[in-house]
Write a protein that binds this ligand. Structure first.
Ligand SMILES: *[C@@H]1O[C@H](CO)[C@@H](O)[C@H](O)[C@H]1NC(C)=O
Ligand SMILES: *[C@@H]1O[C@H](CO)[C@@H](O)[C@H](O)[C@H]1NC(C)=O
Length: 243
């Protein structure tokens, strides 16, 4: 984001300087104004293209950042469930072997059902964390499309300003004449501000989601640890009663 703003500021600075020179020359040679429009318009097109490229790149980075954050949360959930199951698997296997060899100990024992039950309990532990992924995906789409709408406005600005300049030239005596150069400057400044705000919103969302997913992740881990402890203890009692 910092880089975008820096580059856009440079563009605006270059354009302002060009504009100032343009104004000083047109003051003395008013009749050349229309002939100068062509090259300036080309410069504006190029500047707009460059700004769009930079902003496009920034919005791609933002998208990658959002996707990475989503992936991190998903990985976190997967790891939590996998680790918990791994911690219990030996106890489940040992208990299963003992109970299968001695059916009278617990006739109702069914390893598959027991495993499904435990998996359900673990899933309940990570449910809120999973819910965050869905909510964050929606919010992420929203901030991304906000950012992209400014990039689009940037791309359309030269044509918009050209039309405005043509419209103004048709106005009687060119009252409040607004050439496409200052239209582009003002437009770019406004779009730049909007883009900065949209990027700020996006980074707030990223920070908030990371913090929430950390808090929620810690809670899920506690819940998951408690399930493991309970299950391991339950299995220990089952084995103790069967010896
Ligand atoms: C799952 O296990 C818990 C205790 O281990 C038990 O209270 C509960 O009834 C079981 N649920 C199902 C659906 O088997
Ligand atoms: C930034 O977020 C605020 C608060 O949610 C919102 O009102 C504003 O429209 C957003 N700005 C942009 C440019 O997306």
């Amino acid at each position: 984001m910092g880089r975008t703003i820096r580059i856009l500021s440079l563009l605006l600075l270059a354009l302002t300087r060009g504009h100032a020179e343009d104004t000083s020359t047109t003051e003395t040679h008013t009749e050349t104004k229309t002939t100068e429009y062509g090259p300036i318009s080309m410069v504006i097109d190029q500047l707009a293209d460059m700004a769009v490229d930079v902003s496009d790149e920034t919005s791609s980075q933002l998208q990658a950042n959002i996707e990475r954050t989503l992936m991190d949360i998903t990985d976190n959930i997967d790891a939590m469930t996998t680790n918990a199951m791994a911690e219990m698997s030996i106890a489940i296997d040992d208990t299963n072997q003992l109970l299968m060899a001695n059916p009278s100990c617990n006739a109702a024992w069914n390893m598959q059902e027991f495993t499904i039950n435990v998996t359900d309990q673990l899933r309940a532990c990570t449910m809120r964390l999973s819910g965050m992924i869905g909510a964050y995906r929606d919010d992420g789409q929203q901030v991304l499309s906000n950012v992209q709408s400014f990039v689009q406005q940037m791309a359309q600005l030269p044509i918009l300003c050209q039309n405005q300049a043509m419209g103004a030239a048709l106005a009687p005596l060119g009252l409040s004449f607004d050439n496409s150069n200052s239209c582009f400057l003002r437009g770019m400044t406004a779009i730049n501000q909007g883009l900065a705000e949209a990027m700020h919103n996006a980074s707030l969302l990223l920070v908030r989601t990371r913090r929430l997913s950390q808090e929620q992740g810690a809670r899920s881990q506690q819940c998951s640890d408690a399930v493991v402890a309970q299950v391991v203890e339950y299995l220990r009692v089952q084995r103790a009663n069967c010896s």
